[in-house]
Design a protein around this ligand. Structure first.
Ligand code: GLP
Length: 241
């Protein structure tokens, strides 16, 4: 695990965007795994800036998002589909047929999850997966559990996650209780991983992810087993390392 601690959120976002931009410059048809949450917003803004200044071209890039709330359609302002359009896709020259986000309204979840996995495989696998991390150590929506869930699946969200994510909704009742998420194996199969975290409220989670036992009770701890992980933290998130 390569750990980079930077001074603030702005520098974190620039570093992360530069890593993703290099990937795209070196391989224009890169398959990029994308994340939502507040953490990657600055990275997306920086990528948009790099695109607008002519430094990167998304025309051949293929993307797969980590997760989506179950029950929300793509037009819902709280959906991750809406989020991705708002912060990234509507500002860049990505080909819409290359964008993949789990369908929150899928009628047959089992088939939808299998198809998502097949599409990732058909695209040649994920070259670099961007990750945030939940306070409880979740990645994507892989919540603390007794076992690592391998592939894309339907998740029951933790109370803690529902509470944390309620800040984006009018009330806690509006937060969906389930989501579709890539599994741990899906994430671990990506060639490279780039995890971002900021703020002192995540410092213990980060400490345990890096130094603790590898356990499904802290899903991100599994990243210790991946051969190519870069973690970018601000001073707060890295304060216990
Ligand atoms: C959600 C997403 C995760 C994300 C997490 C952290 O639960 N499913 O992929 O990492 O939020 O969010 P934030 O970056 O806002 O702390």
């Amino acid at each position: 695990m390569r750990i980079i601690i930077v001074k603030d959120y702005e520098e974190l976002s620039k570093r992360a965007a530069n890593i993703l931009a290099s990937q795209i410059i070196l391989k224009p048809s890169s398959v990029i795994g994308l994340a939502t949450g507040s953490t990657p917003i600055g990275t997306y803004q920086e990528l948009v800036r790099l695109y607008k200044s002519g430094n990167i071209d998304f025309s051949e890039v293929v993307t797969f998002n980590l997760d989506e709330y179950y029950g929300l359609d793509r037009y819902d302002k709280q959906s991750y589909y809406f989020f991705m359009n708002k912060y990234l896709f509507s500002h860049i020259n990505i080909d819409r047929k290359n964008v993949h986000i789990p369908d929150g309204k899928a009628e047959n979840i089992y088939i939808a999850c299998k198809t998502y996995e097949k599409k990732i495989k058909k695209a040649g696998g994920i070259d670099i997966q961007l990750l945030g991390i939940g306070r409880n150590g979740h990645i994507g929506f892989n919540e603390p559990d007794m076992k690592f869930e391998a592939l894309t699946h339907l998740v029951n969200l933790d109370e803690d996650t529902i509470k944390a994510n309620s800040r984006f909704f009018n009330s806690i009742e509006e937060v969906p209780k389930q989501a579709i998420s890539m599994g741990i194996k899906t994430i671990m199969n990506s060639k490279k991983i780039l995890l971002l975290a900021y703020g002192a409220q995540k410092n213990e989670t980060i400490y345990n992810m890096v130094n603790g036992r590898i356990t499904p009770e802290l899903p991100a701890s599994v990243l210790q087993l991946h051969p190519d992980v870069t973690v970018i933290l601000d001073k707060g998130a890295g304060s216990l390392l």
